[in-house]
Design a protein around this ligand. Sequence first.
Ligand SMILES: [Fe+2]
Length: 512
Amino acid sequence: MTSENCASAPNGYRERFGRLIELQHRVSQERNLARLPSLVMREVSELLAVDRSTLFLFDRQTMALRACFAEGVIGKAIVVPLRMGVIGTAILRRRSISLVDAYQHPYFNEEIDTLSGYKTENMLVVPIEGADGQVLGGIELLNTPLGRFAEADEMFVREAAGRLAALPDIDAASADREIAWLHERVEFDRGTVFKVDMGGGLLFAVHADGSGRVPISLNLKLGIAGLVALTGESLLVPDAHADPRFDASFDKKTGYATRQILCVPLRGSNGEALGVVQAINALRGEFTAEDLALLESVAGVVAIALDNAQLFHDGDRQFHSLVEALAASIDARDTLTAGHSKRVAQIALGIGRELGFPEADLDVLDVAALLHDYGKIGIADAVLKKEGKLDADEFAHMKTHAALTYDILEKIKFSRKYHNVPLIASSHHETLDGQGYPRGFELQEIPFMAKILTVADVFEALTADRHYRKGMSLGEAYAILDDGAGRKFEGRVVAALKQYLDKGGLEALGLN
Ligand SMILES: [Fe+2]
């Protein structure tokens, strides 16, 4: 690798996260699901400046991987049996694989190179898993100009893969499919599916015919769609502009002429309002009672999909409240440091946000922070609650809490994105100089999120008031963190902590 390569190769970690957030934004606005894979793959290849990139989708019937989007790859369709090649291995093991010299890897299949006259050098493959853990496919990237893929590249691709996995999901895909089904049976111009956001007082479109990439949202309190969502009653409006309940602002803005509206509520299993499905402008004559019945059946299917998505989120929420209860139980036992875990989580999230972490990573950071001291459950009261200085034996006993955190958390089968929580949480006393515990990890062995926990943990411990002593001043705490920056603590993380505190963190923590 030459320094020239380095200079021309795209960008640092921060810029990548920026691009990733941009990509997420664009992805969330893309209403045409068929376009998404190419959008994501183009972005990934461009950002990492790879020579070739391929998206493989898993075909359950043939147990094979089919290349559905390949950039830089010429020739006929590529189909790989699941049990062959590096991509298959990564998918079966549900783990990314990064190779510096692909030909050295026992599973590398040289045949494709031989057929196409291409030379694969380095490669990165990342599996794509659906929300329920089912295999969806994988992303394969070949030949970065840097000679090897960095950890940050992998994180970026994993995040992009996560976006792809979340897409064919739940609401948007089923809404698209159902509206297409309706178009085959009812002749009308535009179909829309709106989800309700009660808190925001909004209806936002998860599917909108003819809107291109423009996101549509409506005021819940105005217009037919809002009325249907709120009352839960279907409406057939034969002449919109003559109807006082109709809100003409959308037509005014877009130049579209709404004449007739057929609008049906989406109701959840508990009868709560989830949104509406709407068909606008019958192409011949008027909407009929039969059209209404068809629209109602569509609404039933979409509502089930939305309900399922909601259940999935509820499961996640339940998981988080369980984790919070666990954290509270350890905070309650350790009376000297009441509320410590919760505050460490608050600080860690502040740092993560400053560093541009995506939501999914913040969730992981939150759970790891809440549980970082869980091993203290195994520390004797006499040591845990001792107010004075610990002697050498007591200190050694106290230090076992980190390893214990791992042992306990490892028994919880954390799924999907949380699978690294035991390692991250238990590494919060590791330091960059390799002098930390429990494992004495070297710099590159410490998970990045653990480096955030370390800084959050130290800062919380230094500044918190205890009943037997006052917390340190901000200046004193900064002096200690600055002194350890680059030696014990990750400098970037310390800097992000300060930014977070400056931007309102101090106030949120009650330290100002
Ligand atoms: Fe600790």
